[in-house]
Design a protein around this ligand. Structure first.
Ligand SMILES: Nc1ncnc2c1ncn2[C@@H]1O[C@H](COP(=O)(O)OP(=O)(O)OP(=O)(O)O)[C@@H](O)[C@H]1O
Ligand SMILES: [Mg+2]
Length: 248
């Protein structure tokens, strides 16, 4: 059994106020695939991602990770495989220093002190934030927090990496570092983003969400060539596909 696949099967989710944010979501990601999840504000991307490690459980339907359906009983097991980076880093960082935040996950996995230190240094280095290791997370800039929150998840070396807006708030150099880091990550990756240039560069496959549904699922270049679809979903073709010059 592979730990690396992620499957949504007719997932519906209704928030406690009655709003149905997911309306029958079905897809399957297999080992090593890098997939983008795009859609307008409020389409349901973050709600969907919160289902990948059981922070939200479906109202109906099911989510399966590596052959294990997510239920209250399997949460612990599933969270060993899925690393989720939240949209808002303030929800991810809660320790007094950056290095303690990054060490938190590996320490909970019962790793040795040397291994924890190795992982903390490697993860912070990977996102260009090693110099911030002694800083207090709440003193960091928005972009620095974002980079550190990605490091907290990388340090757990998950088999499935799920990121909500990994490049938002990042300056060009920090954005480039994260893109290269994600490119080198060989396992299954799901990225919700408005950064269409990154999607084009990194993801072979794209899912398009609109009002709680997946309305398109295919090769990124095909999805991004369908101007009618993009327009109907409040999206725009990446600048580089329209022939304008972008900084990389
Ligand atoms: N806690 C909540 N209670 C009720 N409704 C919510 C809650 N969180 C989100 N929603 C609603 O669910 C819908 C989907 O929200 P979600 O955050 O998943 O969208 P998104 O695609 O991630 O948007 P964005 O691109 O702005 O991050 C929105 O209409 C939102 O208002
Ligand atoms: Mg969101």
């Amino acid at each position: 059994m592979s730990h690396h696949f992620l499957q949504f099967d007719r997932v519906h989710y209704r928030y406690p106020n009655g709003y149905e944010a997911l309306r029958g979501v079905t897809f399957r990601l297999t080992h090593g695939e890098k997939t983008a999840l795009v859609g307008a504000n409020g389409a349901g991307k973050s709600t969907l991602l919160l289902h990948t490690d059981g922070l939200l459980l479906p109202t109906s339907g099911q989510v399966v990770v590596g052959g294990i359906a997510i239920t209250p009983k399997t949460l612990r097991l599933v969270r060993q495989s899925v690393g989720l980076v939240f949209q808002d880093p303030d929800n991810q960082l809660f320790m007094p220093t950056v290095e303690e935040d990054v060490a938190f996950g590996p320490a909970n996995m019962g790793l040795t002190r040397e291994e924890i230190e190795r992982r903390v240094a490697a993860a912070l280095e990977a996102v260009g934030a090693l110099h911030l290791r002694k800083s207090a997370p709440y003193h960091l800039s928005g972009g620095q927090k974002k980079s550190v929150s990605i490091a907290t998840v990388l340090a757990m070396e998950p088999s499935i990496l799920v990121l909500d807006e990994p490049t938002s708030n990042l300056d060009p150099r920090a954005r480039r570092l994260i893109i290269e880091q994600l490119r080198g990550f060989g396992h299954t990756t799901l990225i919700a983003t408005h950064d269409m240039e990154m999607v084009l560069e990194l993801c072979d496959r794209t899912l398009v969400m609109e009002q709680g549904r997946i309305v398109a699922d295919g090769p990124t270049t095909e999805v991004f060539s369908d101007l009618q679809l993009l327009d109907a979903c409040g999206l725009e073709q990446p600048c580089s596909m329209r022939g304008c010059t972008v900084r990389g």
